[in-house]
Design a protein around this ligand. Structure first.
Ligand code: MF3
Ligand code: CO
Length: 254
């Protein structure tokens, strides 16, 4: 399903996006060496409830996970990259943490993820991974406007990731979003320009480049959810929800 929002609905999607941005910023500011991943999940639960919103993850039970996710935020550390299930882990200096959050507020979903280093240590490889996903996300957003095709966005994202030297895994990517979190069209993190669905005003997309330092293969953790790099290398992931407008794209989850 692809939903196109009316101009009257856009403010409601903006409100969902602003909340996701606010919660991710707050969580990031609270995280430090020694923070437990379950503590982050509790903060997310409280912040979402305070705002009168609902987590998209708690009851989420897609074919690629084992049963309902049961948590409010994804916390992926180092080799974990997607669907990181919060567990009893105290963060240590130099950990590369990805927080991924989606909520429904005022009837619309917004989805965003950020990767950052915990503490003072800034391993060069980790900085490069984060930088590549952030630049790829910016390139995808810059390519998004009415009349552009999904392949143009995939190509823009994929070019940045491959120029940075990373092999791209195409199993998971960006997606349409609206009253529910995962909708069509799929936005692969690499692709050919000029192909695919033509963007129009009112379409919401979640763009989400992610990479692994030295592999494009994933393995599923024993928890049935967390996806890790097959080699144990570090990973990064950046995501924003954008709205296609008459003039281009508006980032909703800043
Ligand atoms: N937010 C993720 C995405 O970007 C999906 C996470 S599903 C979860 O599409 F259940 F693991 F939380
Ligand atoms: Co997403």
């Amino acid at each position: 399903m692809i939903e196109i929002l009316t101009p009257a609905e856009l403010p409601r999607a903006r409100s969902a996006g602003a909340l996701v941005g606010h919660v991710l910023r707050t969580l990031r500011s609270r995280v430090s060496v020694g923070t437990n991943l379950l503590e982050i999940d509790r903060w997310a639960r409280e912040l979402i409830a305070e705002a009168g919103a609902r987590s998209c993850y708690v009851d989420y039970a897609p074919s690629f996970g084992r049963g309902p996710f049961g948590h409010h935020v994804c916390t992926a550390v180092n080799d974990a990259v997607l669907h990181g299930m919060p567990h009893d882990h105290d963060l240590v200096d130099g950990d590369l943490l990805t927080l991924d959050l989606a909520v429904v507020k005022d009837g619309f979903a917004a989805d965003s993820a950020v990767s950052f280093l915990v503490g003072e240590t800034r391993p060069r490889e980790s900085v490069a991974l984060i930088d590549a996903t952030e630049r790829a996300l910016a390139a995808g957003i810059a390519a998004a406007r009415p009349g552009a095709r999904v392949g143009d966005l995939s190509h823009a994202i994929g070019t940045v990731l491959s120029d940075a030297g990373y092999a791209i895994n195409l199993e998971f990517g960006g997606h349409g979003i609206g009253s529910t979190m995962h909708q069509d069209p799929h936005v692969a993190n690499a692709g050919r320009p000029g192909r695919g669905y033509r963007l129009r005003p009112g379409l919401l997309l979640a763009l989400e480049p992610w990479v692994m330092a030295d592999t494009d293969r994933l393995v599923t953790d024993a928890d049935g959810w967390t996806l890790r790099s097959a080699t144990g290398c570090r990973t990064a992931h950046s995501e924003h929800t954008i709205a296609i407008t008459e003039d281009g794209a508006e980032v909703l989850t800043l």
